[in-house]
Write a protein that binds this ligand. Structure first.
Ligand SMILES: Cc1cc2nc3c(=O)[nH]c(=O)nc-3n(C[C@H](O)[C@H](O)[C@H](O)COP(=O)(O)O)c2cc1C
Length: 268
């Protein structure tokens, strides 16, 4: 619900100019909001110099809004270092992921941008030993089946699936989650929303000392291959799994960044 404090609003028009959906107008000297045009992105609220606008109810909580100063952003040098030092972590130690660490990561999911502010992401957080074992067994069966089915059409992929499946079946090796204490699956109506949500959460993983993570396309695939798996774990039918990631503490220490190829760029 859009709430306007008429006492605080000075009809300066800042919000009207900024609204890309044209959901705000000044009519007869008063600010008027059209809920049918609004996608509830909150840009008007964030820009209002008089704190005259609020969005509350219908899943939004006024208590979430925090004041901040744009000058306190991390510097480009700090962000560059964080990007370059990030590694995929596949070796986790025994240390549990704390509730505080996890809640920072889950909060980041909420602030990820989504197309048309659809906020359509849905998370499955697997944080118990039994839960992980069950989902590993279910996923490996689907990976094994997929491996057998594509043996002729995609021999390379089939061999990869069968290698993971056999490692698990014959030696009990977890080549899917790498024995991570936590696995987070991101589902969405729109795969791009899900991928961006995961990437936003990953920023918060990297910001917490000792934590590490690895994206897991291989873990996401079984949910998109077999609708029964989604049903079993309470995932809404319309959601697809964009990606999953393994999360835990690591003892790995890194002393340098790694070389990478240039991304081709066309300048016009
Ligand atoms: C979309 C995506 C899917 C990935 N899926 C897997 C996966 O299923 N299993 C795995 O071990 N690593 C997976 N990775 C990790 C990549 O292998 C890794 O990012 C790449 O080798 C570069 O290494 P770095 O992340 O340490 O820089 C995935 C990465 C991305 C971006």
């Amino acid at each position: 619900m859009f709430i306007l404090s008429e006492e605080q609003c000075i009809t300066c028009g800042t919000c009207v100019e900024a609204c890309h959906n044209k959901a705000l107008q000044i009519i007869d000297g008063a600010l008027v909001h059209d809920p049918d045009k609004c996608n509830w992105c909150g840009h008007c609220l964030a820009l209002c110099p008089r704190d005259a606008i609020m969005i509350d109810g219908d899943g939004y909580d006024v208590e979430d809004v925090e004041e901040f100063n744009m000058l306190t952003r991390p510097t480009p040098q700090q962000i560059r270092r964080q990007i370059m030092m990030r590694r995929s972590i596949r070796r986790f130690n025994e240390e549990e992921v704390t509730d505080d660490e996890l809640s920072y990561i889950l909060e980041a999911a909420k602030y990820a941008p989504t197309a048309k502010n659809g906020q359509d992401n849905f998370l499955l957080v697997v944080g118990t030993e039994e839960g992980r074992k069950e989902i590993l067994e279910d996923s490996m069966e689907i990976i094994g089946k997929a491996g057998r089915e594509c043996a002729e059409t995609m021999p390379g992929l089939s061999a990869f699936f069968m290698m993971k499946y056999k490692m698990y079946k014959e030696n009990g090796e977890d080549g899917l989650f790498y024995n991570a204490p936590v696995v987070i699956y991101v589902f969405s109506d729109n795969l791009l929303d899900g991928a961006i949500c995961a990437s936003t959460m990953m920023q918060m993983v990297d910001a917490q000392p000792g934590l590490g993570a690895c994206y897991l396309q291989l873990a996401a695939d079984p949910f998109n291959k077999d609708p029964e798996l989604k049903k079993k774990y309470g995932i809404p039918e319309n959601k697809q799994c964009a990606i999953a990631f393994a999360l835990g503490h690591t003892d790995e220490e890194f002393f340098s960044s790694v070389p990478r190829k240039e991304v081709p760029v066309v300048l016009k």
